[in-house]
Design a protein around this ligand. Structure first.
Ligand SMILES: CC(C)(COP(=O)(O)OP(=O)(O)OC[C@H]1O[C@@H](n2cnc3c(N)ncnc32)[C@H](O)[C@@H]1OP(=O)(O)O)[C@@H](O)C(=O)NCCC(=O)NCCS
Length: 149
């Protein structure tokens, strides 16, 4: 078994898109390449916006993560959101999710991120356990969103 994680390139779009469709389907998020692909293409070629990590299992793409950069005086500098973390179903249950998350945290640190945030559905027991084990903590705040465009 081999496993590695590298920065995704624009040429990796065909490998990432099907995983992204699967991720959003599992998370019950309305997302389709038709409306969402352009933003992914932009992110893949815009390191100032964030970072896409691609997990390779036995020479085949098997997972990805997405980090997007922010800036918050509460953290005295750059913070980031881990907006997506996904491992192909066939690769789950053998510690690779943990390694993919560790790669995301390491990439954030390498990019000067001082605090990393994420949103997870409380019903997603596997992900909640994974994140808690990695040191993520609940914050006593309510995430609110106003759509602007
Ligand atoms: C979440 C996900 C990345 C975990 O990947 P994985 O390779 O199966 O996880 P690992 O084998 O590395 O397990 C790491 C930890 O996750 C937790 N975990 C994994 N599967 C679990 C399950 N079915 N039930 C409970 N906890 C689980 C455990 O804490 C485990 O640590 P342990 O083995 O020391 O107990 C993977 O299930 C996935 O991609 N799910 C769909 C997408 C998703 O939910 N992403 C996160 C949403 S924000």
């Amino acid at each position: 078994m081999t496993w590695s994680v590298r920065a995704a390139q624009p040429a990796d779009l065909p490998a990432i898109l099907p995983m992204m469709v699967a991720f959003n389907h599992e998370e019950s998020i309305a997302w389709s390449p038709k409306t969402g692909q352009a933003a992914l293409v932009r992110l893949l070629s815009s390191p100032e916006l964030g970072h896409v990590g691609l997990g390779i299992h036995d020479a085949a793409p098997a997972g990805y993560f997405i980090l997007t950069w922010g800036f918050d005086l509460e953290w005295s500098g750059r913070d980031a959101f881990l907006t997506e973390l996904f491992l192909s179903p066939a690769a789950r249950g053998r510690g690779l999710g943990k390694r993919l998350l560790a790669a995301a945290v390491e990439t954030a640190q390498e990019n000067g991120v001082r605090a990393l945030h994420l949103v997870v559905r409380p019903q997603n027991a596997a992900a909640v356990a994974l994140y808690r084990q990695a040191g993520f903590q609940d914050v006593p705040r309510t995430l609110m969103t106003k759509k602007l465009a």
